[in-house]
Write a protein of this length. Structure first.
Length: 316
């Protein structure tokens, strides 16, 4: 009797932000692992370049296999595919080649389904997440030694050795704000972050309270620093945002040279590490980055406070 071949599902990165690609990979890896699927990973098409493997920084689980072959949609399935993705701002070619999506198999006539709108997967993720320990996603996102060496050098460069914030704050500006407004959603205000952070500082009895701000907009950090330090002399607020940073725009990032984009990716992952180690993280589940940190936090008892939407209302 022949061994039963493991069913396959495909996951492809696309030219979106790093957080979006990683969050959806984690969701998909969880689904495939728990349902005995072989996950075929296609991560060469992303915002860095068509020949850069976005997940080359991690150790792939045994059920994940990388493929350089791009899965195409049969021509007679285009109408179904367009209907499924009618809310997307991307043209048909981009949807086909760069969507984070899966195929139910290689059989003719099977069309690509957008992962975030698949009811079966979302139902699985939503109702089973509560049964996982906080660290369960770590097995799908474990760094290799090469990127750990990069992080170690960053520690030296920024004098961040052994730095663990009491509170970390993640604030997304740039195209995330305009995207929210297009959907009729009012983004959280800086006052919302200040209010929550102040309440949490009041609960800490340490002589020194370390606060780290991860943001793409220098004005946000400047405002947080000035307002909090004016009230709390024992608070030390740090950030690695540059004074010229005025909000992340994906389109502008995609136009950068490849070396700059790779370095930016590594730096993004490094800041992500700072948030992962933090005892308390404040942000918004409307941001892929904050959502991602909550999935791959190192500590089971780490606390996450969203200033607006709840976990269940964000990407599920």
């Amino acid at each position: 009797m022949k061994n039963k071949q493991l069913r396959e599902k495909y996951f492809s990165t696309r030219q979106w932000g790093f957080g979006s690609n990683i969050v959806n990979y984690l969701k998909f890896a969880t689904f495939c692992d728990k349902n005995n699927y072989k996950l075929i990973l296609q991560d060469q098409n992303n915002s860095i370049g068509i020949d850069f493997e976005l997940f080359s920084v991690i150790k792939l689980p045994i059920f994940v296999h990388r493929s350089k072959e791009i899965a195409y949609i049969p021509i007679h399935s285009f109408n179904t595919f367009i209907k499924f993705n009618k809310r997307s701002d991307y043209n048909l070619s981009e949807k086909i080649h760069y969507s984070y999506c899966y195929l139910t198999g290689k059989k003719p006539g099977i069309f690509i389904k957008n992962f975030n709108r698949d009811k079966k997967i979302q139902s699985f993720f939503k109702y089973n997440y509560a049964n996982y320990v906080a660290n369960s996603f770590l097995e799908y996102w474990t760094y290799n030694e090469t990127i750990k060496d990069v992080f170690a050098q960053y520690d030296i460069d920024f004098d961040f050795q052994n730095y663990i914030p009491d509170i970390s704050i993640q604030i997304r500006g740039g195209d995330k704000v305009s995207e929210s407004l297009r959907r009729g959603v009012t983004p959280a205000l800086i006052e919302d972050y200040l209010s929550v952070c102040s309440d949490e500082i009041d609960k800490i009895n340490n002589p020194i309270v370390n606060v780290y701000v991860m943001t793409d907009t220098y004005f946000f950090f400047k405002t947080m620093k000035e307002r909090l330090e004016a009230v709390y002399p024992n608070v030390i607020i740090r950030s690695l945002v540059k004074t010229e940073n005025d909000g992340y725009i994906q389109e502008n990032f995609n136009a950068l040279d490849k070396k700059t984009k790779i370095n930016s990716y590594y730096f993004f992952l490094y800041e992500l590490e700072i948030l992962r180690k933090s005892r308390l993280c404040i942000g918004s589940y409307a941001s892929n980055i904050f959502y991602l940190v909550s999935l791959i936090t190192y500590m089971k008892d780490n606390k996450f406070i969203s200033v607006d939407v709840e976990f269940e209302d964000s990407f599920l």
